[in-house]
Design a protein around this ligand. Sequence first.
Ligand SMILES: Nc1ncnc2c1ncn2[C@@H]1O[C@H](COP(=O)(O)OP(=O)(O)OP(=O)(O)O)[C@@H](O)[C@H]1O
Ligand SMILES: [Mg+2]
Length: 363
Amino acid sequence: MTEVRLEKLTKRFGAAEILKAVDLTVHSGEFFTVVGPSGCGKSTLLNLVAGLEAPTAGAIYFDDRPVHLLGPRERDVAMVFQSYALYPHMTVYDNLAFPLRMKKRSAAEIDRKVRDVAELLGLTPSLPRRPRELSGGQRQRVALGRAMVRQPRLFLLDEPLSNLDAQLRIEMRSELKKLHQALRATMIYVTHDQAEAMTLSDRIAVLHRGDLQQCGKPKEVYERPANLFVAGFIGHPPMNLLRGTFRLGPEAAVDLGAGTRFGLAGVLRDRLRDFPEGGELVLGLRPEHLRLRKSGKDLGRSVRLTLIEPMGSEVWLELGWGDHRLRAKAPAEFDGSVGQTFEFEIDESRVYFFNADRGDRIS
Ligand SMILES: Nc1ncnc2c1ncn2[C@@H]1O[C@H](COP(=O)(O)OP(=O)(O)OP(=O)(O)O)[C@@H](O)[C@H]1O
Ligand SMILES: [Mg+2]
């Protein structure tokens, strides 16, 4: 097992700065995920760790040993890509055996390792077959197996599930997690899918335009997003983010324009005690935290139901609140129809505030 440390890791392609002084530590044995939208620099980061690209500045350490000047072979890492890159003319057995044959291992050792890995991945019946006779999920398992036979010190996985259909992705997700538990190897996984990152990982790092936004356990990042980008990226459907002005006076509120106000009583007002009157902020409310009631004390949170989307186990709702649109989730039993008005409620502890200019969370 290996600890991986990135220090001010920077990559430029020409004038474009693709990774901006990223500092990150992946603990030994961890399943660590780098998540972010397409083009944010995830693959570049993995390629730097693998040694397929050289950093412009900064350093990479494996267990306190600098490796960024070493070639890929000397780093002893295995990388699995989105495209499986299997040898089409070889059987599954030979695909799995290939990395060991390259290393000139004995036939007996190769046979034992190939069969062990095939067993672990449920590939034993497929050993005599060729890649074209396999399903997408089986091919991806062979690609994983080819990484595993070498027993590398580190696994790098670049969106390995993204060619699979939705159902299979979810199955392979659980299998990957079990595999990690069995191997206890350090794995760095890259995906643009926040749900995948949340369910698989011990910790995640959110990357945006080459900038590390936040790093932590999935639950921490979900509960305490560092800024507007993370708040909008983690969670599905995304957090409702509404820009407004902080107003004090006898009735403190976030003024959302056109007569819509989010009243700030007690604790909420206290949380903004250091924020200047008249300052611009963004109110954050997660769809899953909004509760709808047919009637209630009028807190100025009267919303009109504009859309109902049944999702099976729950319904997704769209609500009009003044000039704003809110997304909400409700249980499948939700009883309401488009055009009806409701009051929404939310626990004070679930309300987020962000600085509108800098984007960082205020409280
Ligand atoms: N060899 C290269 N030369 C020039 N620009 C590059 C090179 N490799 C990557 N880039 C640019 O760097 C940026 C980040 O690319 P990267 O492949 O790391 O993104 P990514 O987060 O993996 O995206 P995706 O989710 O689409 O795979 C992109 O704008 C890309 O065009
Ligand atoms: Mg990529």
